[in-house]
Design a protein around this ligand. Structure first.
Ligand SMILES: *Cc1c(COP(=O)(O)O)cnc(C)c1O
Length: 370
């Protein structure tokens, strides 16, 4: 039941309202121009987003899953190759690996951050390993101090899945600026969301980016519309979405700062048994999701439901336990499996108020008992 006291898990409507006037202007501008694929609006967004991420290049694509797949394809990763993926991620990370014909090699995560465990990565590296998917989960970048030297030593590619980490930093470096290339998603619920699907690849590697741009545009050679050098596909960022994203990008840092202070408030107010995901001291998370671990999830979610508070689960069925990936199943990844039973995502949006965070915390405190 929706009442005035209900709290949405994610307030996409409210987030859109924050920039409503800017979005109306974009819409008018694009309609008046009459160009809906490519053009200066896309070029502007690509330039601004590359600058934001601290990379040389950006290419807009249709969604984050395509961004991941196009990176792997442009790196010539395919059949016979293995790509190391944390089992605790959204399935899209794995779909991209499978789509190019490579084999996902699932590894466990750390119990505190729930992000890929560098020791598990080290143990999984073998002769067929072509890349490691660095998934910056929940808004926090992975432990670069440990992962970067590891992949360098073995000469394998670090591909960033930054779909949940627009603007995150680790030791001053922005998400997207660390790997050979990074994939972003602009799904409406992400920290930077379009009004529909969208995605981007950022990288410093000009040749790689050119190849991705070609692959995403029917393999067209840069010299000619009718010359198809590669077997490509259609995966472009729409002109309208690019215009809207340029407008929304201006607010991103402010929104991320707001998320950070809300998360801080959660930490101060949540009951002791409700443990939020640990932060690496060098990581500056953008808190895409407010994930906690609770001992009795059924009791917690029942209390939230009764109070009209939205919640989510990221992710209750680990990727190595998904029927779609049964072929690649690992025996046991105990940390991921244990966390899957205990994780709970609490409301998080830049429009959330401190009073709402306090109410969520109070409801969880009462559910946890005296
Ligand atoms: C959202 C997401 C993706 C996929 O992005 P889409 O734009 O929905 O295709 C990939 N990886 C992670 C970790 C995500 O959260």
């Amino acid at each position: 039941m929706l009442t005035t006291t209900s709290i949405p898990f994610l307030d996409v409507r409210g987030i859109t309202d924050l920039v409503r006037e800017d979005l109306d202007l974009c819409w008018e501008r694009v309609l008046a121009d009459g160009r809906f694929i490519g053009g200066p609006e896309v070029e502007t967004f690509e330039a601004r987003f590359a600058e934001y991420c601290g990379t040389e290049h950006c290419v807009g694509v249709a969604n984050g899953t395509d961004a991941l797949e196009l990176i792997l394809a442009a790196l010539d990763i395919g059949p016979g190759d293995e790509v190391i993926v944390p089992a605790n991620t959204f399935v899209a990370t794995v779909e991209a690996v499978c789509a190019v014909g490579a084999r996902p090699r699932f590894v466990d995560v750390r119990a505190d951050t729930l992000e890929v465990d560098p020791d598990a990565v080290a143990a999984a590296i073998g002769p067929r390993t072509a890349a490691v998917m660095a998934v910056h989960l929940f808004g926090q970048m992975v432990d670069l101090d440990r992962l970067v030297p590891l992949v360098r030593r073995h000469g394998i590619a670090l591909v960033e899945d930054a779909a949940q980490a627009h603007g995150a930093r680790f030791g001053g470096r922005r998400a997207g600026s660390v790997g050979v290339a990074a994939a972003f998603s602009f799904y409406p619920g992400k920290n930077l969301g379009a009004l529909g699907d969208g995605g981007a690849v950022v990288s410093d590697d000009a040749a790689l980016v050119t190849r991705i741009r070609q692959l995403a545009n029917h393999g067209r050679a840069n010299q000619g519309h009718h010359l198809h050098e590669l077997r490509g596909r259609n995966s472009r960022l729409d002109t309208l979405q690019a215009a809207l994203l340029t407008a929304k990008l201006r607010r991103l840092d402010e929104d991320n700062a707001r998320r950070r202070s809300l998360m801080q408030r959660y930490r101060e107010r949540l009951p002791v048994g409700c443990v939020s995901v640990a932060q690496h001291p060098r990581a500056e998370s953008v808190h895409h999701l407010a994930v906690v671990q609770v001992p009795d999830r059924a009791a917690a979610t029942a209390a939230l439901d009764a109070a009209g508070i939205g919640w989510g689960l990221h992710y209750p069925v680990p990727c190595h336990r998904q029927p779609a990936f049964a072929e690649f199943a690992e025996d046991r990844l105990p940390v991921t499996e244990n966390a899957a039973e205990r994780i709970l995502s609490l409301p998080m949006s830049p429009t959330l108020t401190v009073a709402q965070v306090d109410r969520v915390s109070d409801v969880l405190s009462r559910a946890a008992g005296p």
